[in-house]
Design a protein around this ligand. Structure first.
Ligand code: HEC
Length: 317
């Protein structure tokens, strides 16, 4: 029942530079076949039509058709003296019945919509904003958009301040399909298979998989990272932790050429057993290897093979 709710927000009024008056209204239109399913438009523009001798009335003047919100708050409009207006909406990004605490708490998303075309100009990255109340909305002052969730985040419009500045176009969505394909052999053993399933279940509750896999880490680095995520609220059993670390180390791993065993170097960097041993004996004689250049100069090691694996090389944990 709860998830059939269509709107709990208030419309926003906007008068443009030439004096035209509009209302912007956000909500969740529902599929008539199944009234719990949200469909576009989630934002409409109404024009206040005033004609001499008649009462003013509102006419639907535009619909945002390229976005479906799950539970948006009221729109807020920014403009440059009535020009280049942007409609800002914070979508709770979950059904109305969603619980706002715990690891599955909704992750709201802030949208910037072109007031004229009603196209999405930009949206905040998945998992960027913390859990928020329902029907929350941003506040805007002097070109800065403030969003108060469990912490306050300020977004600068085209400013030169530090991140996150709002990019001109929507940032590309990173998802698992876009993640680099496995570079190792195709045969996947059970820990990797389990680990992938764990990643797809437990690591997407707060952010996209792309956030988890955007940087490579050594096995120790992944262990620390997964520990951090568990502290943050990721729900994982001990065997699941081991599996996900094994998977991430295999496909998104780095090899610490100063600590790894010859067997690990061989596997991690795709070298021959002989080449891996050459690296180990080199570091035993010369101390830690400090740079790619030095690594490539190790006698008996193919610099081309090292270059091919540059992203997977680490000089410390
Ligand atoms: C309870 C919420 C939550 C869960 C579940 C979760 N993460 Fe995260 N993770 C975060 C937050 C918050 C950030 C920081 C926001 C960001 O970088 O987008 C983050 C960021 C990351 C980063 C980027 C860190 C960096 O500095 O670049 C990695 C890697 C990561 N998570 C891995 C994982 C893995 C692997 C799992 C599953 C085992 C996981 N996360 C599950 C909350 C979570």
């Amino acid at each position: 029942m709860l998830d059939r709710a269509k709107n709990r927000g208030t419309p926003a009024f906007f008068r443009d530079a030439v004096g035209e008056e509009y209302l912007f209204y956000s909500g969740t239109s529902k599929n008539p076949e199944d009234t719990e399913v949200s469909v576009a438009p989630s934002l409409v523009r109404l024009k206040l039509v005033r004609s001499a001798g008649a009462h003013p009335y509102l006419r639907v003047d535009g619909r945002a058709m390229d976005v479906v919100w799950q539970n948006p708050g009221p729109p807020v409009i920014s403009s440059d003296g009535g020009k280049d207006a942007i409609v800002w909406v914070l979508d709770e990004n979950a059904a109305r019945s969603a619980i706002l605490t715990g690891p599955r708490a909704p992750q709201p998303v802030l949208y910037a919509i072109d007031a004229k075309t009603l196209n999405v100009l930009w949206k905040s990255g998945s998992g960027f904003l913390q859990a928020s109340g329902k029907y929350n909305s941003p506040t805007i002052a002097d070109g800065t958009v403030y969003v108060g969730t469990d912490r306050i985040v300020a977004f600068g419009i085209g400013g030169s301040n530090e991140e996150p500045a709002i990019p001109r176009s929507q940032s590309p969505a990173v998802d698992f399909a876009a993640a680099p394909p496995p570079t190792e052999s195709k045969s996947v053993g059970p820990p990797e298979v389990n680990g992938k399933a764990v990643l797809q279940r437990a690591c997407v509750q707060c952010h996209e998989i792309g956030v988890a896999t955007r940087t490579r880490y050594t096995e120790a680095g992944w262990r620390r990272m997964v520990d951090t995520m568990v502290e943050r609220g990721a729900v994982l059993s001990e065997p699941e932790i081991a599996d996900v670390i094994a998977y991430l180390t295999k496909y998104y791993g780095k090899t610490d050429v100063n600590k790894a065993t010859a067997a690990q170097i061989e596997k991690g960097l795709g070298l021959t057993e002989q080449e891996a041993r050459a690296i180990v004996s080199y570091r035993e004689q010369n101390g830690d290897i400090k740079s790619m250049k030095q690594l490539k100069s190790v006698p008996g090691v193919s610099p081309e093979k090292i270059q091919a694996k540059v992203a997977a090389v680490a000089f410390h944990e």
